[in-house]
Design a protein around this ligand. Structure first.
Ligand code: HMG
Ligand code: MG
Length: 302
């Protein structure tokens, strides 16, 4: 076991977490969430996406949200851009990093971004080139690296194929996403191993949805391989509109508790993070979807 001493977390709550919410969340509340996350010590926050407002209405206020954030130095603000139209809109808001998002499954690629895997790479290539020329970092999200809601199990070879395509167009680092949370430690490790054929350990992050309750154990499996970048969602918010039934990412609170308990540094203040989760959960009218948060809140109330 070669566990990392430090883990870098990207909170994707404002984007992955909120994109699936039916009730419109005002930009002001999204900005309030980003402010609380950075106050809690998050150094990377996935803020919004520049996608079709007809497809994902919740992200239509991308400009307003990005313009409203009081940026903290040392924090990286990332946004999703599926094509040049999205990039042209995003660049006005000066993100630190853009994310192109593809899938290891053809059917999911079609449902999510309305094109094949090959076409998606053709669309991403000029986006990556323009971003790098503008000094903006580039990440690639790889959906359905373990299972797909339309195709079932996904073989590691397909993950390696996508990672190779991402590498070929200049994507600097990639997320191994278990979009529908069906993975277990060995299947997730195989998806990561397939990615490591093209990217180094420092360039790979884990993005695990918790639909089947496996995200924490899958994180541990990835940590044991030396992966030290992970994405998670405050209060366990979220899901993907094109992966029916998929729930949110693993809750950042639960991940931070796990990491700190193992002596792994995150730079995050768990109590402040719990407060950030309560803030957005109160707005949505529900309890945080985090076991750690609920336990700590019960303890606070006692
Ligand atoms: P399309 O229909 O193929 O695009 O959509 P098009 O080029 O044919 O244009 C059609 C219309 O969309 C036009 O508008 C364009 O202006 C507009 P109209 O003339 O009909 O009024 N359009 C855009 N509008 C705003 N921003 C843009 C843009 N591009 C075109 N960038 C597109 C292609 C990708 C835009 C569409 O399929 C889409 O928006 N899909 C939504 C994808 C999405 O946001 N999915 C969720 C995020 S991914 C995720 O959650 C997974 C992840 O978390 C990892 C994991 O867990 O797996 C990352
Ligand atoms: Mg996701």
């Amino acid at each position: 076991m070669r566990l990392p001493l430090r883990v870098q977390l990207i909170d994707v709550g404002p984007r992955d977490g909120l994109q699936n919410e039916k009730t419109p969340v005002p930009a002001e509340v999204k900005i309030g969430l980003v402010h609380r996350l950075q106050q809690a010590g998050l150094k990377e926050i996935e803020v919004t996406s520049y996608v079709s407002p007809k497809w994902v209405p919740q992200m239509a206020d991308n400009h307003e949200v990005m313009a409203g954030i009081a940026r903290q130095s040392g924090v990286r603000y990332s946004v999703l851009t599926p094509n040049l139209q999205g990039f042209a809109a995003a660049v006005q808001d000066r993100p630190d990093e853009i994310v192109v998002f593809g899938a290891a499954s053809e059917a999911f690629s079609q449902k999510n971004i309305n094109c094949s895997i090959a076409e998606s790479i053709e669309r991403f290539a000029p986006v990556v080139e323009a971003a790098l020329a503008a000094g903006i970092a580039v990440r690639g999200a790889m959906s359905c690296t373990v299972g797909c809601p339309y195709e079932g199990e996904i073989a590691p070879e397909r993950v390696s194929y996508l990672a190779g395509l991402m590498k070929g167009i200049g994507v600097q680092r990639v997320d191994v996403a278990d979009t529908i949370g069906v993975g277990t430690p060995r299947t997730v490790q195989r998806a990561i191993e397939a990615t490591l054929l093209h990217y180094s350990l420092d360039q790979v992050s884990g993005h695990f949805h918790d639909t089947y309750g496996q995200a924490l154990v899958n994180t541990l499996a990835a940590l044991q391989m030396g992966v030290w970048n992970f994405q998670s969602s405050v209060a366990g918010l979220g899901g993907c509109p094109y992966a029916k039934g998929a729930t949110g990412n693993v809750a950042t609170e639960d991940l931070v508790y796990l990491l700190h308990g193992m002596g792994i540094e995150t730079g995050i203040d768990l109590d402040a993070l719990i407060d950030a989760g309560v803030y957005i959960s109160d707005f949505l009218g529900r309890k945080p979807n985090s076991r750690v948060s609920v336990a700590r809140l019960n303890k606070r109330a006692a």
